[in-house]
Design a protein around this ligand. Structure first.
Ligand SMILES: [Zn+2]
Length: 616
C-alpha cells in the first residue's frame, strides 16, 4: 500500500469530498448534505483542510460485513429507486435514491481509506464527519444508514489482527456496530445513548454483553431523556479510560453524533457542545495513552445543522489537533449562515419563536446552558445508578477498586515505568514449575517481573505498578513464582463495588489469574486456597463476585466455560457459591458470588458478609 499524502496535516486528516454530498435522501430528510456547507466551512476556519476525498469501497470490502444479495439490492435501488420497499429501503427513514449505492459505498470507502492511512502510520488521527453510519446491519438499511462505514473500518483493522476499541457518543444506540462485531472478542464496543425505552432503535441495554467468548466486549450506557451534559460526561469519564486499560486496544474508532444536543430536534438528552468537545478530548487522550495514538473519529447524527453540527465537528477535529477552540465563532461564518439557520434549524418548542433561532456566539455553550429547569434530576440519579451497575458488571474488580482506592488512575499521566514486567506482547521463557507463595509482599514484588495476561489491566507494566500499590496499601495476595517471574496472583482487599470504604472484617477477591503457559495445572486453586487460609488466620471473610468482566481479554473462554471454571475454583478452595444479587443477575445471568466466612466467625461477622452482598 502506498502513501498518497504529500503533506502532513496539522491535525487529524479531514475526510471529505464531492462524493460526501451525494449521500442525500432528499429535501425533507433530516440527514441533509446541507450540513456540509456550514460544517466544512467552520472546520476550515479552525485550520482543517480536506485531505482525503471519499471514493466508493469495493464490493469485496463491503462484503466483509454486508451480505452480497443486500449489496445487489442497494445497487438495484441505486439504478431504479422506484421499486417496492425491501431490506429497510423504502419510504420512511431510508428512502431509495438514484446513485445511493455509490454514495453509501463512498462513505464506507472514506472510513476504510482513513483507517488504512492510520494503520500505515502516515497519520495518527483522522476525522470523517460524513461517516458514522452506525445503524446499518448486515442485510438491512436502518436509521439513515445504508452501509456501516464505522463497522467496516473496524473490520479493516481486524484484517491486520489489531484490537479495536469503539466508542459511540451518538444519542442513538450504536446497534449496527455492536451487532456486526458482537461475537468478536477483539472488538470492544462502548455506546452512550438515550435509552431505547424512549428512542430509536430501541436497543442498547446494559444486558447486551456480547456473545460466546466475546461476552463482556459489548458495553452499553443507556441514559434517560433530559439527563443533561454533566451526568453524560461523568458516565463517559467513569468507564472509557478504565475499559481501555483493561482491554488494551491497538486502535480507537469513535462516533461523534451531535444529536444529543439540547437543540437537536430528534432526541432528548439535552447535551452541550462543551460536553461533546470534552468527551472528544478524553478519547484523544485514551488513544494516546492506550492505543499508540491511533484514532479514527467519525461524525454521525446531528439534525440542528447550523446551530449545533458545525460546532460539534470543529470541536472534535480540534481535540485531535490538540488545540483549544477559539473564544468565539468567526463573525463572517456567523454572517454567512445566520439566514439559513433561521430558515432551517427548528428551535425546540417554547424556546424561541419559529423562524428565530439565532446562531450562538461560541464553540462551547455557555456554562448555564441548558437551564436547570429543563433537565431531569431523576434522570441524573438514574445515570449514576447505571454507571455503578456497568462498572460492577463490566469493569474488572481490580481496576474499579484500584481507582476507588487511589492505587491507579486510568486517565492520569502514564505510569512512571520502573517496571520489572514483560512488555505486553512478550511472554517470559518457560522456566521451572512455579512455586506457590502463600503471602506475597510489596518487597517481594520488587524482585519479580510480572508475566503478561495474569491480571487486568492489559499492559503488565501497568498491572505490576498497580499490584505494588495495592500491596503497599495493605492488600493481601498469594502468588505463583517461576524463577524471577510472577506467573500467578490471587489478590484481596477491603472494598465492595458500591461501598468501597469497606465493610468491617470482609475482604473482596479482586483478581485471580495465571499466565497462559501455566494454566490448567492447579495453580489458581492453590493460590486461592492459600488466600482463604490466610483469611481464616486473620479472622476475616473473603467474598468474590464473578462477572463477565473477569476474563483473559486477549483470549477469553466462552462465557459458560468461564463461569464453570470460576465455580469449581471457588468450591475447590473452600468457598460457598451462591447466585449473584438480583440487580447484577438481571444484566449478567451467569454472574455468581463466592463467600468464605472463617469457622471462628462471630454471628456478627457472618451477617456482615451478607451486608456486602446487599451493597452490590
Ligand atoms: Zn491526539
Amino acid at each position: 500500500m502506498e502513501s498518497w499524502l504529500t503533506t502532513m496535516p496539522d491535525g487529524p486528516l479531514l475526510v471529505y469530498g464531492p462524493n460526501s454530498l451525494a449521500y442525500d435522501f432528499g429535501p425533507n430528510h433530516p440527514l441533509s448534505p446541507r450540513r456540509f456547507g456550514p460544517g466544512i466551512e467552520l472546520l476550515r476556519a479552525v485550520g482543517a483542510e480536506p485531505g482525503l476525498a471519499p471514493e466508493p469501497a469495493a464490493d469485496a470490502e463491503l462484503e466483509w460485513l454486508h451480505a452480497a444479495d443486500y449489496i445487489a439490492t442497494v445497487r438495484r435501488f441505486s439504478r431504479d429507486p422506484g421499486g417496492g420497499p425491501t431490506a429497510g429501503i423504502g419510504p420512511g427513514d431510508d428512502p431509495a435514491f438514484a446513485g445511493m449505492h455509490e454514495a453509501a459505498a463512498s462513505v464506507a470507502g472514506g472510513s476504510i481509506r482513513a483507517i488504512e492511512a492510520i494503520l500505515r502510520g502516515d497519520i495518527e488521527h483522522a476525522y470523517h464527519p460524513g461517516g458514522g453510519l452506525h445503524h446499518a446491519m448486515r442485510a438491512r438499511a436502518s436509521g439513515f444508514c445504508i452501509y456501516n462505514d464505522v463497522a467496516l473500518a473496524i473490520a479493516r483493522a481486524r484484517c491486520d489482527g489489531l484490537r479495536v476499541l469503539y466508542v459511540d457518543l451518538d444519542v442513538h444506540h450504536g446497534d449496527g456496530v455492536q451487532t456486526l462485531h458482537y461475537d468478536d472478542p477483539g472488538v470492544l464496543t462502548v455506546s452512550f445513548h438515550e435509552s431505547g425505552r424512549s428512542l430509536f432503535p430501541g436497543s442498547g441495554f446494559v444486558d447486551e454483553l456480547g456473545e460466546g467468548s466475546a461476552a463482556g466486549t459489548s458495553i452499553n450506557m443507556p441514559l434517560e431523556a433530559l439527563c443533561g451534559p454533566e451526568p453524560w460526561l461523568a458516565a463517559v469519564r467513569a468507564i472509557v479510560s478504565t475499559l481501555a486499560a483493561a482491554f488494551g486496544p491497538d486502535i480507537v474508532v469513535s462516533q461523534h453524533g451531535a444529536d444529543g444536543h439540547f437543540w437537536d430536534p430528534l432526541a432528548h438528552l439535552s447535551l452541550t457542545t462543551t460536553a461533546m468537545g470534552e468527551a472528544a478530548r478524553l478519547i484523544d487522550g485514551v488513544a494516546h495513552r492506550y492505543a499508540g495514538g491511533r484514532w479514527l473519529a467519525t461524525g454521525g447524527g446531528g439534525y440542528a445543522i447550523y446551530r449545533v453540527v458545525p460546532r460539534a465537528w470543529a470541536l472534535t477535529w480540534l481535540a485531535g489537533a490538540h488545540r483549544d477552540a477559539p473564544e468565539r465563532l468567526p463573525d463572517d461564518w456567523r454572517a454567512r449562515w445566520a439566514g439559513d439557520a433561521a430558515r432551517w434549524d427548528e428551535a425546540p418548542a417554547g424556546e424561541a419563536p419559529a423562524g428565530e433561532a439565532p446562531l450562538p456566539d461560541g464553540f462551547d455553550d455557555p456554562p448555564d446552558f441548558p437551564s436547570g429547569r429543563s433537565l431531569s434530576l431523576a434522570a441524573a440519579v438514574r445515570a449514576k445508578e447505571t454507571v455503578s451497575l456497568v462498572r460492577t458488571v463490566l469493569v474488572p474488580a481490580l481496576l474499579s477498586v484500584a481507582e476507588d482506592r487511589g492505587w491507579w488512575q486510568p486517565d492520569g499521566e502514564g505510569p512512571e515505568i520502573v517496571t520489572r514486567a514483560a512488555p505486553p506482547a512478550e511472554a517470559p521463557p518457560a522456566a521451572t514449575y512455579p512455586t506457590v507463595v502463600a503471602s506475597l509482599t510489596a518487597d517481594m514484588i520488587e524482585e519479580l517481573s510480572l508475566s503478561p495476561r495474569v491480571v487486568a489491566p492489559a499492559d503488565p507494566r501497568v498491572a505490576w505498578e498497580l499490584l505494588r500499590a495495592a500491596l503497599r496499601d495493605g492488600a493481601v495476595a498469594a502468588g505463583a513464582v517461576s524463577g524471577e517471574w510472577l506467573v500467578g496472583v490471587a489478590l484481596a482487599a477491603p472494598g465492595a463495588a458500591a461501598a468501597p470504604a469497606s465493610i468491617d472484617g470482609v475482604d473482596r477477591l479482586l483478581a485471580l489469574g495465571v499466565a497462559p503457559e501455566w494454566r490448567r495445572g492447579g495453580l489458581a486453586t492453590a493460590m486461592l486456597r492459600a488466600l482463604v487460609d490466610e483469611q481464616d488466620r486473620r479472622g476475616r471473610s473473603l467474598v468474590a463476585l464473578h462477572t463477565v468482566a473477569e476474563r483473559d481479554v486477549f483470549d477469553p473462554l466462552p462465557r459458560a466455560v468461564r463461569r464453570g471454571v470460576a465455580v469449581s475454583l471457588a468450591r475447590a478452595s473452600g468457598m460457598t457459591v451462591t447466585p449473584a444479587p438480583p440487580r447484577i443477575a438481571a444484566v449478567d445471568a451467569a454472574a455468581c458470588l463466592a463467600v468464605h466466612v472463617p469457622s471462628s466467625a462471630s454471628p456478627d461477622l457472618r451477617s456482615r458478609a451478607g451486608d456486602w452482598h446487599d451493597s452490590l
